[in-house]
Design a protein around this ligand. Structure first.
Ligand code: GDP
Ligand code: ZN
Length: 458
């Protein structure tokens, strides 16, 4: 394929020590040569080498920047096109200036995600791998990063391809039987279809089983701290934030009226929401409104319900338990350093088998146990299997679910004795749906939309 040459700043904007301007396309090297002044012209340096020199502003010849330039010739590059990376060590100003010189000499400013899009269009990566790149950029914990890396590595693609191959062989087999009816194998065909459909359903189920965890790894476990005023909710939020690496996030649309913090608790990314206690009604109506706070609760993946060790259980506490009845709850009895007034047996009853942790946030006691409980709840005690392929992307999950429905339809039709050439329609549809995961048969508009979610310069 032929594309024009694009350029963008490919490091995070800001005070970074170095900035990289990346060029990709047929004219990448020629354009870079117009602004580069070094021992050799870039056209002459071998592929995959780095050279030292200056960026000059022709025609004045003024030296703008001292740079290191990497030259990588197609096809062994990320985009499969010629790629030049100009490493400047200046701040934002000089990086921008070099970028402008690239544009002045014929490059076009890349759209968000356009480098990755080219890698996809040039056949270097498939769509699920491209989405892996995107997830990697946003990964919040090491585990989340591993999920993205595996996806980028094509592990999901390989599994999808195995399934598609199985479906394709089935379809081919059916075609043969239709084309050569004298080769009477109707009976055998039904058996084979059933077997293949069963296999595909089973494998899709395995992938979908990882989806809930994968999604949480990707998006964070939305966690709400509830409790009566003064039980220690804010203290709990603070201690979780201070003991754990806070995760920097730039997710758009993060509302400011509800305080949100991302933290990494033993590999589980928590998105902590401090609702200021759903019983602090006067307060909360003012701050986020009753409806809003109920919504926040409903959407939560995990509730940390905090009680006061130094006070008797109240009807408000019991109302809280009712409000979170069917949810993932960890009960925390805080302030164990004060004189006990709470009836722990009664709390146990209310907790109804859900984890119960006692803490003194004042003395920094019990937080470890709490973190362990969070991690146990999430990973359900299983040691994270090295070769589990997590499906984490919402688009992939939706497609897998559709594919499952379609193949189940096919299965039902087979069992009902529907002629194979009709069953084949569902099988072909399943094959198409799985193909969309890796970018086969995806419409152009969808591709544009997906890649526009990338950061600039990726
Ligand atoms: P919130 O209203 O539920 O957010 O409660 P805060 O976190 O603001 O805490 C209320 C008060 O209880 C503050 O004065 C805290 O310092 C105090 N506090 C929090 N945790 C403990 C604890 O474990 N023991 C004692 N004695 N006081 C605590
Ligand atoms: Zn508070």
């Amino acid at each position: 394929m032929e594309f024009d040459t694009i350029a963008a700043i490919s490091t995070a904007l800001g005070e970074g020590a170095i900035g990289i301007i990346r060029l990709s396309g047929d004219d990448a090297i020629a354009i870079a040569d117009k602004l580069y002044d070094g021992k050799k012209r870039l056209e002459e340096v071998p592929s995959h080498s780095i050279v030292y020199g200056y960026i000059v502003d022709a025609p004045s010849g003024e030296r703008v920047e001292e740079v290191m330039v990497s030259v990588m010739r197609a096809p062994r590059t990320f985009t499969r096109e010629d790629v030049v990376e100009i490493n400047c060590h200046g701040g934002l100003m000089s990086v921008n200036r070099v970028l402008h010189l690239c544009l002045k000499h014929g490059a076009r400013l890349a759209e968000p995600g356009e480098f990755t899009k080219r890698a996809f269009l040039n056949g270097r990566i498939d769509l699920s791998q491209a989405e892996g790149v995107m997830d990697l950029i946003r990964a919040k914990t090491d585990r989340a990063m591993n999920v993205a890396l595996n996806q980028m590595d094509g592990r999901l693609s390989k599994q999808i391809q195995i399934l598609r191959q199985a479906l394709l062989e089935t379809v081919a087999h059916v075609e043969v039987n239709i084309d050569y009816p004298e080769y009477d194998a109707e009976q055998m065909t039904h058996g084979l279809l059933q077997e293949k459909a069963q296999f595909v359903i089973q494998e899709i189920d395995k992938l979908l089983a990882t989806a809930a965890q994968g999604k949480i790894l990707r998006e964070g476990l939305s966690t709400v701290i509830v409790g009566r005023p003064n039980v220690g909710k804010s203290s709990l939020l603070n201690s979780l934030v201070h003991e754990n690496k806070a995760i920097v996030t730039d997710i758009p649309g993060t509302t400011r009226d509800v305080i949100e913090e991302y933290v990494n608790v033993r590999g589980v990314p928590l998105r902590l929401v401090d609702t200021a206690g759903i019983r602090e009604t006067e307060d909360i109506v003012e701050r986020i409104g009753v409806e809003r706070s109920r919504e926040v609760l409903k959407k939560a993946d995990l509730i940390l319900l905090v009680l006061n060790y130094g006070e008797e259980l109240s009807s408000e506490d019991e109302a809280l338990f009712q409000a979170v009845e069917k949810m993932n709850v960890i009960v925390i009895v805080n302030k164990t350093d004060v004189k006990q007034k709470i009836d722990l047996e009664a709390v146990k009853k209310l907790a109804a088998g859900r984890p119960l942790i006692t803490t003194s946030l004042l003395r920094d006691e019990g937080v470890d146990q709490l973190e362990q409980a969070i991690s146990d709840l999430f990973f359900e005690g299983e040691i994270e299997g090295a070769d589990v392929t997590y499906v984490s992307n919402t688009r992939h999950i939706a497609l897998l679910e559709q594919a499952k429905t379609t193949i189940e339809d096919a299965m039902g039709a087979i069992e009902a004795g529907v002629p194979v050439d009709l069953v084949q329609i569902d099988i072909t549809r399943t094959w198409e749906l799985l193909g969309e995961i890796i970018g086969d048969s995806v419409q152009e508009s969808l591709i544009d939309q997906l890649f526009s979610q990338f950061c600039l310069g990726k």
